[in-house]
Design a binder for this molecule. Structure first.
Ligand SMILES: NC(=O)c1ccc[n+]([C@@H]2O[C@H](COP(=O)([O-])OP(=O)(O)OC[C@H]3O[C@@H](n4cnc5c(N)ncnc54)[C@H](O)[C@@H]3O)[C@@H](O)[C@H]2O)c1
Length: 327
């Protein structure tokens, strides 16, 4: 089985590529390199191309004998998508629909798709389970929900099986600090904490201290990128074993507040992280964490990393790569 990993030079993709390689599986990375880094892919073959390019996809599938796909390639900023929705409907939804059709025409099934907890918008209750209502609050979330629908129709029409994995907050890095998240493009909390700690930006802004949570700050479910990578490998095995299409939450099932992230970071780093308390940001849900029982039951997946491991691996990467991949 050769696995095609689109977005394989990006943050979560590169960790998944490396895990597949370490397990001795055949893997090929495919990335436009708009946001990815060739150095993140290591010695795995990397094909530079766009998932919407039928010829390029056909070429890589035929040359490498691809029979399974993990599809990470996408734009990922809900905030940006509110001002540039066309980018998200174009790159994430339309190009992915074309990509799925290309794969179908080539007879490739077994498709694992990077979806997001943003498809839930603000859920009515937490932990949020997969059967909660889907009502995204950004074109980004909508573009992912649209792709989930396309995939369910390709299953009904052609029997093309897929798993849509809805990530909560991906964080952390390869434990030896050799690959990690590109903090020049992300606004996720963990890299922003690291940037503040390393003096590469001003103080961390803690948005809102009057939420109805134990310490007043917002709560999210931080899941280690290696746990995510492991879930993808398990999802591929599940599909290869004949498993049926489904949607799975990938989160730890534990919520952590912004202050918990901050104090754990200070403990791991061994010094205070400059920060300031500011107003809530409009549109930020109070608390969001996953009911992950379906992924645990179906895949035998157990997230192994807690907040401390997430922050110490992120520190190992950021503190040794102040300029990221330097490309
Ligand atoms: N990081 C998170 O916390 C998070 C949470 C939920 C969902 N996701 C989803 O996970 C996936 C991966 O996220 P990430 O954090 O690794 O992002 P990333 O930006 O690091 O990686 C995405 C990669 O896809 C590539 N790409 C984008 N459009 C492409 C196209 N049309 N053709 C080929 N390559 C293309 C980019 O160059 C980049 O390397 C995305 O689909 C994202 O929406 C991420």
């Amino acid at each position: 089985m050769t696995v095609l990993v689109t977005g394989g030079a990006g943050y979560i993709g590169s960790h998944t590529v490396r895990l597949l390689q370490e397990q001795g599986r055949d893997v090929v990375a495919f990335d436009s390199l708009e946001f990815g880094h060739a150095a993140a892919v290591g010695s795995v073959p990397l094909v530079v191309g766009d998932v919407g390019d039928r010829d390029a996809v056909t070429d890589v599938v035929e040359k490498h004998g691809v029979d399974a796909v993990v599809h990470f390639a996408a734009y990922k900023s809900p905030t940006e998508s509110m001002t540039k929705p066309h980018l998200y409907f174009g790159n994430n939804a339309a190009k992915t629909a074309a990509f799925i059709e290309t794969l179908h025409a080539l007879g490739v099934g077994n498709f694992v798709f990077s979806s997001t907890c943003a498809v839930y918008g603000t859920p009515e209750k937490v932990p949020v389970a997969e059967d909660a209502a889907v009502h995204p609050e950004s074109p980004y979330g909508e573009s992912k929900a649209m792709t989930e629908k396309v995939l369910s129709w390709y299953d009904r029409c052609f029997g093309m099986r897929s798993i849509s994995v809805r990530y909560f907050n991906a964080a952390g890095a390869w434990p030896d600090g050799s690959i990690g998240e590109d903090w020049s493009v992300t606004v996720n909390l963990v890299p922003v904490v690291m940037k503040a700690a390393l003096g590469r930006r001003g103080p961390l802004q803690v948005f809102g201290t009057d939420y109805p949570t134990p310490d007043g700050t917002a709560i999210r479910d931080y899941v280690h990128v290696l746990d995510l990578a492991d879930a993808h490998v398990k999802a591929l095995d599940y599909l290869a074993g004949g498993g049926s299409s489904t949607v799975l939450n990938l989160g730890t099932g534990v919520g952590s507040s912004v202050l918990e992230v901050l104090t754990t970071a200070e403990k791991v780093i061994g010094r205070p992280v400059p920060h300031e308390f500011v107003e809530r940001r409009p549109g930020d849900p109070v608390a969001l964490w996953a009911d992950n029982r379906r992924a645990v039951d179906l895949l035998g997946w157990r997230p192994e990393w807690g907040l401390e491991g997430i922050l110490s691996s992120a520190w190992a990467w950021h503190s040794t790569h102040l300029d990221g991949y330097e490309d």
